[in-house]
Write a new protein. Structure first.
Length: 281
């Protein structure tokens, strides 16, 4: 996530790709059902983030049920933060069934690199061609075989350090890759967007990045003309603009106050606010 600079630019509206604000309105009007196979530390904030934005969360993460649900969900998140044996089996099952059913899905390869179980699973899942891969720079580098991972869930690299790895992953697996950092980066292997909204307070609450993965899954379900790149850009923009609004509202307070204000901002923001604040290059 990023610290907002002092400049802003309005993102494009139709004709052409839908603006992030238009994606927001489409997502709210359809109330997508988002299946989350995610880590046990962040289930509450992930569910609340989705509800605040108008999506419907479903934490269906056990074998037999996971694949069945992936076929009817609007979008799927697979997050490897706490990969228990049962959850690993559910993730494999859901990824296969989502791909077969055409359900868009997001892979979040949390803390891969030095940790062998999740690293092996991440490589197995990425071969199933996720719609979007979302991670911090160290995770993206590790998934591409270009790094050993970060310091736990914290990155030791910047987003531009991971650009070549992100483009390689995108081209190899047909995925959009979203790299979170001081300036967020999104690429489909050819197009590149740098998104400079957000606040460092997102790094001080549990689940700031994980809940973004679920948000991306919700937005993929309303991608305009199947453009998952622009849908991902919209998800990241809407999420980080809301964080920025929350930081402004709680200036001088701490991360606890910010966490509450962030949920409120996700619920209250509108297309006009997003267009006024969004920074993209």
């Amino acid at each position: 996530m990023s610290i907002r600079p002092g400049t802003s630019t309005t993102l494009p509206t139709d004709p052409g790709p839908l603006s992030p604000g238009a994606h927001l309105e489409r997502m709210r009007s359809t109330a997508p059902l988002v299946q989350c196979i995610t880590n046990h530390v962040v289930t509450n904030i992930t569910a609340n983030v989705l509800l605040a934005q108008g999506a419907s969360p479903a934490m269906v993460d056990i074998p037999v049920e996971a694949g069945v649900f992936a076929r009817i969900a609007s979008g799927l998140l697979i997050n490897l933060g706490t990969p228990t044996s049962e959850q690993r089996d559910a993730a494999r099952e859901a990824a296969v069934d989502a791909s077969a059913a055409g359900t868009p899905w997001v892979l979040d390869p949390v803390a891969i690199g030095a940790l062998p179980v999740r690293t092996e699973l991440a490589h197995e899942l990425v071969a199933l061609r996720p719609s979007v891969i979302r991670g911090n720079p160290s995770e993206i580098l590790a998934l591409a075989g270009a790094g050993a991972g970060g310091r736990g869930v914290d990155s030791v690299a910047g987003t531009d350090d991971a650009l070549d790895a992100a483009r390689m992953l995108a081209r190899t697996h047909g995925s959009v890759v979203a790299v979170s950092g001081a300036v967020d980066l999104v690429t489909d292997g050819d197009r590149i967007a740098r998104l400079a909204n957000g606040t460092e307070l997102l790094t001080l609450i549990t689940g700031g990045g994980c809940a973004l993965g679920a948000t991306i899954a919700a937005y993929l379900s309303v991608a305009h003309d199947g453009d998952l790149f622009e849908a991902t850009v919209a998800a990241v923009t809407n999420y980080t603009v809301a964080a920025e609004v929350a930081a402004d509202a709680t200036r001088g307070a701490g991360p606890g106050s910010f966490a509450v204000a962030f949920i409120d901002a996700l619920h209250a923001r509108d297309a006009a606010t997003v267009a006024d604040r969004a920074v993209r290059s």
